[in-house]
Design a binder for this molecule. Structure first.
Ligand SMILES: *Cc1c(COP(=O)(O)O)cnc(C)c1O
Length: 398
């Protein structure tokens, strides 16, 4: 999306602006480019929890290799747009009903996160005269440090610790209701560095190959998770995907792994197709600090609060000013961008420098397409929801 498209949207607005804009054409181009770089042994799935709206799923249907889901609700969201697209199902808390639902909806692979989950899945599959294709989710003993969130390499609720994997491989091989297809390792989130990500994958290859040798197995798949990052601090310095793919090709050429490699990325695919727009409804100073109040806030866009970062934004100036009195604003100042909620935590960027910002201008938060609307507490304080607009060649609202 370019700034002109954002301005075009603003033109038609009469109420204070509050909207998510998603650029589907950009999303399609982006995913096509990312896939072109990937070595042929690799599959690119989309982890839909980042943004599970139907227009996003429809846009990625033909362009990704399938969808990664983490609940029966997400399985149903995918099946609502396509009855056959490959689906892989992860998550630590799958209930019996969800495991049944997964088998019913012909999920391609189920990621097993514990011994109890493995036994329940086997039991349910056998009752249904089915065999579930599974990957065991490994919580690796070691992962590099550079990442915003860590699900592995430390004690956590995710997966099966490395030392327990041999016992679970043996158990899986003995159970008739499951078929072991390989391993799944999603240990970090928001890694910005291509070299450490490659080192991580090399380590995963080591683990998978060692267990293959030990059990005389030939895994079909190694799922290396998502976790490729988006740089919110410096939007122009993003993860070097091309360099990463070149390194991965070299790694694959050197190691010749027998298994295919699955990526299940969320943030990296959809973050930059989305913008969160909020109009400045007031500008004021309290005790020497400037504050802008927005029509919107963390109830629509919880990501900056959740990660305690200043979210990147651009200002869309607007000339119209309807009142017969002066317009509050700041010039070359540090200002804190706050939402409309009655909590001091409702801050999207703190002490950010702006050249000019006035009541009636609009702030467009960038990189808001993933983990924005979908992780937020929409009805806290009962303000109206944002307009949610999918821009394609035509404008579609949901
Ligand atoms: C959330 C999640 C993903 C996607 O993570 P991103 O950081 O958005 O790429 C992939 N796999 C699993 C198991 C997840 O929980």
């Amino acid at each position: 999306m370019n700034l002109q498209q954002l301005h075009n949207y603003l033109e038609g607005q009469t109420e204070p602006v509050c909207a998510y804009l998603y650029d589907l054409a950009h999303l399609r181009r982006r995913v096509d480019t990312l896939r072109r770089n990937l070595p042929s042994q690799c599959k690119l799935f989309y982890a839909i929890k980042a943004n599970s709206d139907a227009p996003i799923l429809e846009s990625l249907l033909q362009r990704s290799d399938g969808f990664e889901v983490a609940s029966l609700g997400e399985i149903q969201r995918v099946r609502a747009v396509d009855s056959a697209v490959p689906v892989i199902f992860g998550g630590p808390g799958k209930t019996d009903a969800e495991l049944e639902g997964a088998l019913e909806h012909r999920v391609t692979l189920i990621h097993v996160e514990s011994e109890h989950q493995l036994r329940r899945l086997d039991w349910i599959a056998r009752q249904r005269n089915q065999v579930a294709n599974i990957l065991l989710r490994v919580n690796p003993a070691y992962v590099p440090q550079q990442a915003t969130l860590r699900m592995g390499g430390q004690a956590s609720q995710f997966g099966i610790e490395e030392a327990r994997i041999p016992a679970l491989i043996e158990l899986a091989l003995s159970l008739p209701g499951v078929r072991l297809k390989g391993l799944h390792i999603h240990a970090i989130s928001n890694n910005l560095d291509a070299l450490t990500h490659l080192a991580l994958l090399e380590h995963y290859f080591d683990l998978a190959e060692a267990w293959q040798r030990r059990y005389g197995l030939a895994f079909d798949w190694l799922n290396v998770g998502g976790g490729i990052g988006v740089n919110y601090a410096e939007p122009l310095a993003q993860f070097d995907w091309e360099g990463f793919c070149a390194g991965l090709s070299a790694l694959i050429a050197a190691r010749q792994p027998g298994f295919g490699i699955i990526f299940e990325c969320g943030r990296f695919l959809t973050a930059d197709c989305g913008y969160y727009l909020a109009e400045v409804t007031d500008v004021k100073s309290n005790y020497g600090k400037h504050f802008a109040i927005l029509r919107g806030g963390s109830h629509h866009f919880r990501l900056p609060v959740s990660w305690q970062h200043n979210h990147p934004f651009v200002i869309l100036p607007r000339d119209a000013w309807p009142y017969p009195f002066s317009r509050p604003g700041v010039h070359h100042a540090q200002i804190t961008l706050c939402g409309e909620l009655c909590t001091p935590k409702d801050v999207l960027a703190r002490d950010a420098h702006v050249d000019d910002l006035r009541a009636g201008d609009c702030v467009a938060f960038l990189l808001a397409g993933a983990y924005g609307w979908h992780i937020s507490h929409h009805d806290f304080l009962s303000h109206p929801h944002p307009d949610r607009v999918y821009l394609d060649n035509c404008i579609e609202r949901i």
